[in-house]
Design a protein around this ligand. Structure first.
Ligand SMILES: Nc1ncnc2c1ncn2[C@@H]1O[C@H](COP(=O)(O)OP(=O)(O)OP(=O)(O)O)[C@@H](O)[C@H]1O
Ligand SMILES: [Mg+2]
Length: 222
């Protein structure tokens, strides 16, 4: 079987098993609060699973990395620095796990909607993942706000001097521009100012999720 055939089969399979899932994608600029929001949602929503794109970075010695000679540092802010095939397969595994749970429980249990929260700086660059999200959020910050928050963080590997100005911010602008130009995608994304208070950001998303859950449960039981 060719790689393309396998991709089509996996895609069809994901649609079938997705029926009982509410999938939430959270993306946006670095340090905008994606993980803070995603983890708070995961804690607050019973029956939820969480996956973070950060766990899929290629190891530093992988030849697929783009090395920036000028900075003597890899470009960690592009989709090719991440093993998206592995991440997508893990998403499918999580979705599939609801089948196992349902086999073990009663009929009432099987009507529960499961929630998957997908967190990542570039997740909407992966069409299969973007297409499966029922709710898509994109957190924004100004360059100054992003820089101020980034300086307080420690990354592995650590940022080298000028990495933010030469790579992080320009790559973010490219990602945002790609989304803005894709009208079909853009219309499905809810943009949130990541400079708002954590409580406000969480409350807005939690309300959306609650409404979406009710609607999905209604349609599943009708
Ligand atoms: N709404 C907010 N207001 C102020 N600070 C915030 C807010 N949300 C998150 N933070 C802080 O900003 C920093 C980055 O948050 P977080 O790790 O959630 O961002 P991220 O978007 O996941 O970043 P990364 O791109 O590195 O994964 C943390 O110190 C967090 O406490
Ligand atoms: Mg994060």
């Amino acid at each position: 079987m060719s790689k393309n055939h396998l991709k089509v089969i996996l895609f069809i399979y994901s649609i079938v098993i997705m029926a009982r899932w509410l999938i939430i994608g959270i993306s946006g600029v670095t340090c905008s609060g994606k993980t803070t929001l995603a983890k708070k949602l995961h804690e607050s929503l019973s029956n939820s699973s969480y996956i973070n794109q950060d766990c899929y970075y290629l190891p530093p010695d992988d030849s697929r990395h783009t090395h920036i000679a000028e900075l003597n540092h890899h470009n960690w802010d592009i989709i090719t620095s991440i093993d998206m095939e592995k991440m997508y397969l893990d998403v499918l595994k999580i979705l599939d796990s609801s089948n196992e749970t349902e086999n073990e429980f009663s009929k009432e249990e099987s009507s529960i909607i499961h929630i998957l929260i997908i967190d990542g700086i570039l997740i909407f660059n992966c069409k299969q993942i973007a297409d499966m999200c029922h709710l898509k959020y994109f957190l924004t910050l100004t360059k100054q706000q992003t820089w101020e928050r980034r300086q307080l963080r420690s990354y592995d590997p650590p940022d080298v001097p000028c990495y933010f100005d030469k790579i992080v911010w320009p790559e973010y602008l490219k990602y945002k521009e790609k989304i803005d130009k894709n009208q079909k995608m853009n219309e499905t994304i809810i943009f949130i100012d990541g400079g708002s208070s954590m409580v406000d950001v969480f409350q807005k998303v939690f309300n959306d999720v609650s409404i979406k859950l009710q609607n999905l449960e209604l349609s599943l039981n009708s």
